[in-house]
Write a protein that binds this ligand. Structure first.
Ligand SMILES: NC(=O)c1ccc[n+]([C@@H]2O[C@H](COP(=O)([O-])OP(=O)(O)OC[C@H]3O[C@@H](n4cnc5c(N)ncnc54)[C@H](O)[C@@H]3O)[C@@H](O)[C@H]2O)c1
Length: 329
């Protein structure tokens, strides 16, 4: 169980805080009575959306700034007890088309955030949002944290470097930091406008709009985390000294292939259509094939396990977008 006292009246900075996972985390932290500041650049191609924090305006602070700006970060990290470092460029395709933007945000800015902490606030506890993408094509399943890191795209390489910088600053400078290797995360406030954050976003949008969506190949296995479970893992990692210097996979009890996922989505929606096609060639080269993770390390070390089933998570997400889709288009 999470020590909720760990956050009461504590100062918390969330980079990428107006995005999908960051805003869900912010909602939880505000309820835990934390003093929350969000930093987000609101670049339109990414998942930041002010509607994500609607209703919270009086309960937290929002600083529209870019984590690539070292002067902003130098100022913002001061006096904070926790940093949830979630700002990132998340699109794998965009990282191939504009590798330098991905490098600047997911790699260089991570180093400068850590430098800001080293200079201005070395006591701050940092939790970094890493990704299962850094493993590349799995050699075995389920993938545990000992698996080789062999990313298949620019995004994976830069996220891997970002993660390693955090562990390095923990080990070399004693700045308490750890990383969660998140897998496909779903839930209210995810980006559904297009497939930049996840293919499931565009599936959800189209199925609600009554339009057919496409499933590429369909045989690939994946695991999914409901966003409340991801938030719980972030909080557990932040509150635990044992987590410092460690990396943890998240995962699910249930892996599913994408065709099965499409069928489940249509069933829960009460209707919808999809067509199967082969991968576009530019996507095929960066596909990781089958993936699902072994999350026994975080279960034994921090007591985390997923509580929300895929079916329940999809149902809640669909219900959210049936009500609020226009805010996300
Ligand atoms: N959603 C997933 O399935 C998933 C899976 C693995 C890892 N992650 C990681 O989790 C983190 C959060 O992802 P998310 O799904 O909430 O995506 P998201 O796009 O909704 O959130 C990222 C936020 O970062 C902000 N941002 C991007 N560049 C910035 C910059 N230069 N300066 C300031 N803010 C900037 C965006 O505006 C956005 O609000 C990311 O680092 C991502 O790599 C997410």
């Amino acid at each position: 169980m999470m020590n909720e006292e760990a956050f009461s009246n504590r100062r918390v900075l969330i980079t990428g805080g107006v995005g999908f996972i960051g805003s869900n985390l912010a909602r939880r932290l505000v309820d835990l009575n934390a003093q929350v500041t969000l930093v987000d650049s609101l670049i339109p191609e990414y998942g930041g959306n002010l509607f994500n924090v609607a209703g919270l305006e009086d309960r937290l602070r929002i600083n529209i700034a870019d984590v690539r700006d070292p002067h902003s970060m130098d100022y913002l990290v001061q006096g904070q007890d926790y940093l949830f470092n979630l700002a990132g460029q998340t699109s794998h395709m965009d990282s191939m088309q504009d590798p330098y933007a991905d490098l600047e945000i997911n790699c260089r800015a991570q180093l400068s955030i850590l430098e800001a902490c080293r200079r201005r606030n070395p006591q701050i506890k940092i939790v970094f949002a890493s990704t299962r993408q850094i493993y590349g094509k799995p050699d075995y399943l389920p993938v545990d944290e000992k698996h080789l890191l062999r990313p298949v795209d620019v995004n994976g390489i830069n996220k891997m470097a970002g993660e390693h910088y955090h562990i390095l600053y923990n080990n070399a400078y004693g700045i308490p930091a750890c990383a969660l290797r998140l897998t496909n995360t779903i839930g209210p406030r995810m980006r559904v406008k297009d497939a930049r954050q996840t293919f499931l976003g565009i599936w959800i949008r189209l199925v609600i709009e009554g339009k057919p969506f496409e499933v590429w190949d369909g045989g690939q296995m994946r695991d999914f985390t409901y966003v409340d479970d991801a938030v719980e893992a972030l909080l557990l990692a932040a509150a635990s000294k044992e987590a410092n210097g460690q990396v943890f996979n998240l995962g699910s009890e249930q892996a599913i292939d994408l065709k099965g996922l499409a069928e489940l989505l249509v069933e829960i929606n009460g209707g919808g259509e999809f067509s199967a096609r082969s991968f576009p060639s530019d996507r095929k080269v960066i596909d990781i094939g089958d993936y699902y993770g072994d999350f026994s390390r975080i279960r034994s070390c921090l007591g985390w396990e997923p509580r929300v089933s895929l079916r329940e998570g999809l149902a809640t997400t669909l219900a959210f977008y049936r009500q609020y889709l226009t805010h996300y288009l």
